[in-house]
Ligand binder design. Structure first.
Ligand code: FPP
Ligand code: K
Ligand code: ZN
Length: 496
């Protein structure tokens, strides 16, 4: 009986996830499992194919995890152990096949650790020395030492640097803050990188992943992220006519428009199958070039897109699939969940109140955050640490990052706020719209709790023990790291 803690006492300890409120909550019986997670769908596909059999198998095997009123909280400690191991102890021989993905491994592990609340600043110096040999003599970054440059390697390399330098420089006085950024970014040959990106530009407006490599919207998205985070300005993107250069972003918006398919989703390029991974790339890329409510309605049939996106969330699983007639997978928590963040922002328009979601003036929740959180917490946590695609699959670093990022999308409402006054380094950026995003814990609630289950506030989405960090909805790195790197380019260019 004397076990009940004084809520104030635990708050004094400063333990965010052991606040008195959650102790009081744990005294109550757990919420009942919402109807949608309790059984198989009423209508099953009676055409027996490999596809329909796999879907039924998956729904059955996932059901025992989601049909449980005691959904586990996020086991941060074991996930942190899983993610720190490769950084501290290195990778085993089994990973040699990933030698062309070195920047990816760094980004996945380090960003996932940041999501779990770890201060990753201590890795910055080692990140810099690991990435330096990947810079190609003619510009760009390869995936491994001595390898040809690739857009995805360059993208992951820049993201990692932005994350670790942000953490290392946080709370430092201005001169030491500058020192960290100068050391972290000064060695990058920005001119050669730009020259290299120019070589990947296609006549149809898009980009390919490298010279002679494949064309897909991933290449275009990665190129824009690199250009935005490395502070390139209008003049640099316009190009030098005397060198026969054309404006780098010409034709890109219409190129994206042609990637929307008959299903309403978005494919890797024109005439390709709609897929969540590519949909995220296009929506984010569009939002780097304009205000969400503008670009997402001008260059997409947003109603058709919402219809396709809605069909990605499954019951009883609660998670997302990447495409029609395929299975749920934890990583689509980011690729599809991330699309929802941007679609909701577009549907709600500019929020200038500075407080985020406004229940009176905005459209309600467009997707089921609580069901996604249930899928993630019940199905995607490996008991020995790390996050995974689905039960029965091994955890890995890619899924760890993108499952946690998806949890962040469920826990936060992201909105576009053009009322804030922007520093000149952002005001003059061709990607300034990408820097106007804010987050709020005040997430849209379902308009009816029927079938979704009550206990919204106390349940899966807002449980403090399971809360992860806030991320930038376009860049997929900690929200505040994005403003800091932009501030650095203001300082660096001002000093030129
Ligand atoms: C299908 O694999 C997966 C793809 C065709 C690629 C998906 C694209 C991304 C995840 C986006 C990448 C984005 C960046 C920024 C690099 P599958 O057939 O194994 O999976 P499925 O059955 O779920 O479709
Ligand atoms: K998959
Ligand atoms: Zn996956």
């Amino acid at each position: 009986m004397s076990e009940i803690q004084d809520p104030n006492a635990s708050q004094q300890l400063g333990l965010a996830d052991a606040s008195g409120l959650s102790n009081q909550r744990s005294q109550k019986p757990p919420d009942p499992v919402p109807t949608m997670h309790r059984g198989l769908p009423y209508i099953l596909d009676d055409l027996g194919t490999e596809t329909s059999r796999k879907q039924l198998q998956t729904a059955r095997s996932v059901l025992k995890y989601v049909n449980d009123s005691r959904v586990p909280t996020l086991d941060k400690t074991t996930h942190i152990d899983f993610l720190i191991e490769p950084l501290e102890d290195g990778l085993s021989r089994g990973f040699t096949g990933l030698d062309a993905s070195r920047p990816w491994l760094l980004y996945w592990c380090i960003n996932a650790l940041a999501l779990l609340g770890v201060d990753v600043g201590g890795y910055n110096e080692r990140v810099v020395s690991s990435l330096k040999p990947l810079q190609h003599k003619d510009g760009g970054f390869g995936g491994g030492n001595g390898q040809a440059p690739h857009m995805a390697s360059a993208y992951a390399a820049i993201l990692t640097l932005v994350v670790t330098s942000y953490y290392e420089s946080r709370d430092l006085p201005k001169d030491r803050w500058m020192g960290v950024y100068a050391r972290s970014f000064g060695w990058i040959d920005r001119q050669k990188l730009l020259d290299w990106i120019r070589k990947t530009k296609l006549r149809n407006g898009g980009f390919k992943v490298n010279e002679g490599g494949e064309e897909d919207v991933r290449a275009s998205y990665c190129a824009l992220v690199i250009l935005a985070l490395l502070g390139y300005d209008e003049d640099e993107l316009r190009g030098d006519v005397s060198r026969d250069e054309k404006p780098l972003l010409d034709g890109l918006l219409d190129y994206f428009k042609r990637c929307q398919t008959w299903e309403g989703g978005i494919g890797a390029k024109q005439h390709s199958e709609a897929h969540g991974g590519y949909a995220f790339c296009v929506l984010s890329a569009l939002c780097l070039l304009g205000e969400p409510q503008d670009v997402l309605t001008k260059y997409l049939d947003l109603d058709q897109f919402i219809s396709w996106l809605s069909a990605r969330q499954y019951a009883p699983e609660g998670g997302f699939s990447g495409r029609t007639n395929k299975l749920v997978d934890g990583c689509y928590s980011t690729w599809v969940g991330g699309c929802w963040s941007l679609v909701e922002a577009a549907a709600n328009g500019i929020e200038s109140s500075g407080t985020g979601f406004d229940i009176d003036s905005n459209v309600g929740s467009l997707w089921n955050r609580k069901a996604l959180a249930r899928y993630i917490l019940a199905c995607c946590q490996d008991p020995h640490g790390g996050l995974r695609d689905k039960p029965g699959m091994r955890p890995d670093y890619y899924h760890s990052n993108y499952v946690l990022l998806g949890l962040s999308a469920a826990q936060n409402y992201y909105y576009y706020d053009n009322a804030m006054s922007l520093p000149s380094s952002i005001e003059n950026s061709p990607f300034k719209h990408g820097f106007c995003w804010k987050s709020s814990r005040n997430v849209p609630k379902p308009s009816t709790s029927e079938g979704i289950g009550g206990g919204w506030e106390e349940g899966l989405v807002s449980n403090e023990r399971s809360r992860v960090g806030t991320q930038h909805p376009l860049f997929n790195i900690p929200l505040h790291a994005v403003a800091e790197i932009q501030e650095w380019w203001g300082v660096a260019k001002g000093a030129e």
